[in-house]
Write a protein that binds this ligand. Structure first.
Ligand code: S3P
Length: 448
């Protein structure tokens, strides 16, 4: 983080948003682009990489393990070490706020003959790591984590990899692309076939990119509709040229802002619209949102479009639990849209939101409550009564919202601030740097 002290920021009612903009590169794809490039033999080039703190933490860790990573004229180059070629890092790997960096790199290290210690910030240190420790231990890694009083395995932890690792077949007990990717990364340096069985489809960027890098990876669906991903280990990855599309999870904040601020009309160019990520857009359209996808095309194997959004009156909706994995990071901003819709929005099946950068159900319920929104918090979701487009008002003139080191909570309330009667203050805007550098400036640009 840039500064050690919280940086409060105030967001006031806004006039209509307008203009054509683009958002920073996709966070998930950026992590993977760096990691797979570091494992290729030769030099890869990446443009559009997200230069947020989370991705920079991944880059720094890969450098510490021998990859040469540089930036010149907006293009990042990665000189890979080849699968099996990682070097022993000399220092502890500091993952900051990033769960994706931690879990993916734990997978990577698990099948190399090296060891590493992982630390992170106060938010990351609370997040459960047992979900990756279990399969990676089956593959032979020796992982020692801090055990909490409520029996969670958390950071700080150390991973001692095993080379050659043991290829496994693993059925995911939670719908998690991070767990899937950690196992596949470990499998890259294991002899034989590593299989991940995925009962519920999660983002598939790892599979797409591994294919692009020349790994042998097959995906089939079994009789029970489970996806079976089979990766042949001891792969040789070929260097690639990668163009990272704009992040749909970042665009989501601007899309909802435009939908709920009267008179708005914006275009966000070059946004990823992979169906494993586009659940929010589908739900907002069903709520009555005027969202159109123009110039649909493929960039580096990923579907991309320009998104045209106009202000629209929204109607509350019952969000089916099955859609959750395709919009797992977008619930905080959906809750803001729901607060401005007419009628009730209900959500369920969202236990995973309690173990993200913060407990997102609790933080959103608390913050929206301060804005006068009627919210019921259940164990696995929120039910929200919308204002029908009326500005949000709380008991206090300008409430201070707790963001709990969570970038998506901070950005959701920043957007909510634009539709309040007299503004709100978020207690700390620094976490936004993890995924969306320039967020506040971009909002201002759209408003002026
Ligand atoms: C991510 C997967 C998701 C998501 C996270 C990024 C990834 O986490 O919430 O922001 O890049 O694989 P889970 O795997 O925990 O669902």
């Amino acid at each position: 983080m840039i500064s050690n002290r919280p940086q409060p920021a105030t967001f006031k009612p806004s006039g209509p948003l307008g203009g054509k903009i683009s958002v920073p590169g996709d966070k998930s794809i950026s992590h993977r682009a760096l990691i797979f490039s570091a494992l290729a033999v030769g030099k890869s080039r990446i443009s559009g990489l997200l230069e947020g703190e989370d991705v920079l933490a991944t880059a720094e860790a890969l450098r510490a393990m021998g990859a040469r990573i540089e930036k010149k004229d907006d293009v990042w180059t990665v000189q890979g070490v080849g699968v099996g070629g990682l070097m022993q890092p000399e220092n502890v790997l500091d993952m900051g706020n990033s769960g994706t960096s931690t879990r993916l790199l734990m997978g990577l290290i698990s099948s190399h003959g090296i060891s590493a210690a992982f630390v992170g910030d106060a938010s990351l240190t609370k997040r459960p790591m047992g979900r990756v420790i279990e399969p990676l231990s089956q593959m032979g890694a020796d992982i020692r984590a801090r055990e909490t009083s409520d029996h969670k395995s958390c950071l700080p932890l150390t991973v001692r990899g095993l080379c050659p690792a043991v290829p496994i077949t693993y059925r995911l007990p939670v719908a998690s692309a991070q767990v899937k990717s950690a196992i596949l990364l470990a499998g890259l340096n294991a002899p034989g076939i590593t299989r991940v069985i995925e009962p519920v489809l999660t983002r598939d960027h790892s599979e797409t990119m591994l294919k692009g890098f020349g790994a042998q990876i097959d995906v089939e669906t079994d009789a029970d509709d489970c996806r079976i991903i089979s990766l042949t280990g001891e792969a040789e990855l070929k260097p690639q040229k990668i163009k990272v599309p704009g992040d749909p999870s970042s665009a989501a904040f601007l899309v909802v802002a435009a939908l709920i601020i009267p008179g708005s009309d914006i275009i966000i160019e070059n946004v990823g619209i992979n169906p494993t990520r586009s659940g929010l857009y589908e739900i907002l359209q069903k709520m009555g949102g005027d969202i159109r996808f123009a110039r649909q095309r493929k960039v580096g194997g990923e579907p991309v479009a320009d998104i045209h959004v106009r202000h629209s009156p929204l109607t509350g909706i019952d969000v089916p639990a099955q859609i959750a994995p395709s919009m797992i990071d977008e619930f905080p901003i959906l809750f803001v849209a729901a607060a401005m819709a007419s009628g009730e929005t209900s959500t369920r099946g969202l236990h995973e939101l309690r173990v993200k950068e913060s407990d997102r159900l609790a933080q959103m319920a608390k913050g929206l409550g301060l804005l006068g929104v009627e919210v019921t918090e259940k164990e696995d979701g929120l039910t929200i009564q919308g204002s029908g487009g009326k500005p949000l008002t709380g008991g206090r003139t300008r409430p201070v919202i707790e963001t709990a080191l969570d970038h998506r909570i901070a950005m959701s309330f920043a957007v909510a601030g634009l539709v309040t009667k007299s503004g709100l203050t978020i207690d700390d805007i620094r976490p936004v740097e993890t995924s969306f550098p320039g967020f506040a400036d971009l909002l201002q640009q759209l408003a002026s």
